[in-house]
Design a binder for this molecule. Structure first.
Ligand SMILES: [Zn+2]
Length: 569
């Protein structure tokens, strides 16, 4: 009787522990130092470390009821250390440095408070530029916890209004999960698991050709199982993966999970946790997920094995990079433990039958073997590729070929491997023109057939560009100036009743590099709304009478368009 009671107690304790598991983290963080930056009930539309195209989400996206206009408060005492007005990206951004070694960051603001607005204006007029990014010394703009620093909005590259909030290590600039600082979101809901993946890796690099199977998973309240239960055959080097997401008590939006642990026969072989990471490693998300699967099926399969060239700090623990070598003839249990940051836990188990692998055959690459830990170069008489060390996540069987010349192109199309292999950062790509560029040599650019622009400088008989990924590339030219379409101004117009001058600008290929508005020959601040492509000048201190407005817009190949008009105020 007593024994049974203790057993029951033990089971209850285990259940309790399962639901309350503390987040996996490498160090403690101060819990009651920062306050919520909004006065609204805490609710998020995006979690820290959430999977996004080519990056891990670097902060919390606080919900602002789908509208702009909420006061944003300093999370703690400190000083405004940096202000960034970004076209796209984070929009209007404020940074506060705090005396405890952390920096808080607030993005997508509609506008800044008075002191910050003045500092921005002064800097913009001094440097004659709208998009500015500058640091401020301690003592210039000090803030106390709770002070209103800005008004929330939707500036930058966002779809809807919200506040993006980050906590960074001031010295290293690594971004850290704000929920580990007690900026928590009510959550009693365990993560959902949709599918698991099993990869037959053998001793080959991971690629779109790696044999794999994806199995559907179903369940609820933390307990998940295969839709079609059964024993799965495995042999030799094997990798696993999982598709999962998290929801919380405050909203139904699908956010990222905090940690994933993989166990083999109750022994941990791999863990992943979104505690903190450096911005220069965020592209390694394409090494973390099954990138070919994302491109072909839209599925975010999170691999539970680590590619050798990935340097992101989200893997606190792994044995043999999470790759399991099945060599016996036994049945094994593979278990995934998925947690959100509140400690709610979901699990799914697989039973695998191990088979002794056939004697390993030496792998022969079809093309040129690139090593992930070396400088890799490829060249023939028409093209040169140079990939710096640290840009490949795994070895690559590099395939090159040529495709016929496209209409209007100045070179054949060069097939530079394929888009399924992700690259961490850009690499040098040199293409020799196959027909004479004549007077257009300084207007030559490299573009991909998928539409991406890789820049271009004519040098040593080649056009040299910087490509961000593999794909099919060729030379074309950009000698077309940007387009300026006036919205509310025309020559001779009386603008006495209007608050601003607005025009729409766009470019066909290389992209807009600069825009400069002048009234009566004097530079004025033109604000550019990235999403609507509207450039506008808000009238301030303009005398009544006749004035001249002039706008010059240049693209990255120095093609310029000029618009002028006289107006009356
Ligand atoms: Zn965000």
């Amino acid at each position: 009787m007593k024994k049974r009671f203790f057993l029951l107690l033990l089971i209850v304790c285990c259940l309790f522990v399962k639901a309350q598991a503390p987040a996996i983290q490498s160090r403690p963080y101060p819990k009651n130092y920062f306050r919520y930056p909004l006065d609204l009930p805490p609710s998020i539309v995006g979690s820290f470390g959430e999977l996004r195209p080519s990056h891990f989400h670097a902060g919390l996206d606080f919900r602002t009821n789908q509208r702009k206009g909420y006061p944003v408060h300093a999370a703690a005492d400190g000083y405004i250390s940096r202000i960034h007005v970004q076209v796209g990206g984070g929009g209007n951004i404020v940074y506060i440095d705090h005396p405890n070694g952390y920096t808080t960051v607030y993005m997508h603001n509609d506008r800044f408070n008075e002191a910050i607005t003045k500092a921005v204006r002064d800097y913009q007029y001094q440097h004659q530029q709208f998009d500015v990014d500058f640091k401020l010394p301690p003592g210039q703009i000090e803030v106390c916890q709770g002070d209103v620093i800005s008004i929330s909005g939707a500036s930058g590259a966002v779809e809807g209004p919200h506040l993006h909030f980050e906590i960074r290590d001031t010295k290293t600039e690594e971004t850290i999960n704000p929920q580990l600082f007690g900026i928590t979101i009510p959550d009693k809901v365990a993560p959902s698991i949709n599918a698991v993946g099993i990869y037959k890796l053998d001793n080959k690099p991971f690629s779109e050709n790696t044999p794999h199977q994806f199995l559907s998973v179903t369940g609820s309240a933390g307990n998940y199982h295969l839709v079609h239960p059964g024993v799965i055959d495995v042999s030799g080097n094997t990798g696993f993966g999982i598709t999962s997401f998290d929801t919380n008590s405050a909203s139904a939006s699908r956010n990222g999970v905090y940690s994933i642990e993989l166990q083999l026969d109750d022994k941990t072989v791999y863990t992943y946790a979104v505690e903190r990471f450096a911005f220069d490693q965020t592209h390694a998300i394409n090494a973390y997920i099954d990138y070919p699967a994302l491109l072909t099926t839209g599925r975010w399969m999170q691999k539970c094995f680590i590619l050798p060239g990935s340097k992101i700090s989200l893997y606190p623990q792994s044995i043999n990079r999470g790759i399991i070598d099945f060599t016996d003839d036994e049945t094994h249990e593979v278990k995934y433990i998925v947690r959100d940051v509140a400690g709610n836990t979901s699990t799914v188990e697989l039973h695998v039958k191990s088979h002794t692998p056939a004697p390993a055959q030496t792998w022969q690459p079809q093309g040129t073997l690139f090593h992930y830990d070396r400088l890799n170069e490829f060249a023939n008489d028409r093209v040169k590729v140079s990939i710096p060390v640290g840009n490949l996540y795994d070895d690559v069987d590099f395939i090159y070929s040529t495709l016929p010349m496209r209409p209007g192109a100045y070179s054949v199309t060069h097939h530079i491997h394929n888009r399924f292999t992700p690259i961490h950062d850009q690499y040098e790509l040199w293409i020799k023109p196959d027909r004479d560029l004549g007077q257009l040599a300084d207007k030559a650019v490299i573009v991909s057939t998928a539409g991406s622009y890789a820049g271009g400088i004519y040098q040593d008989g080649y056009v040299k560009g910087a490509a961000k990924g593999f794909g099919d590339f060729y030379i074309r030219t950009d000698d077309v100036p940007p387009r300026i379409v006036p919205i509310n101004i025309s020559n001779g117009k009386n603008m006495a009743k209007l608050k601003r001058i607005s025009l729409r600008i766009s470019d066909n290929l290389s992209g807009i590099k600069s825009y400069n508005g002048k009234i009566d020959g004097k530079w004025v601040l033109m604000e550019w709304d990235y999403k609507t492509r509207v450039l506008s000048y808000t009238f301030d201190n303009i005398e009544t009478g006749k004035h001249n407005f002039e706008l010059t817009v240049s693209d990255n190949k120095d093609n310029a368009a000029v618009y002028t008009a006289n107006f009356y105020k």
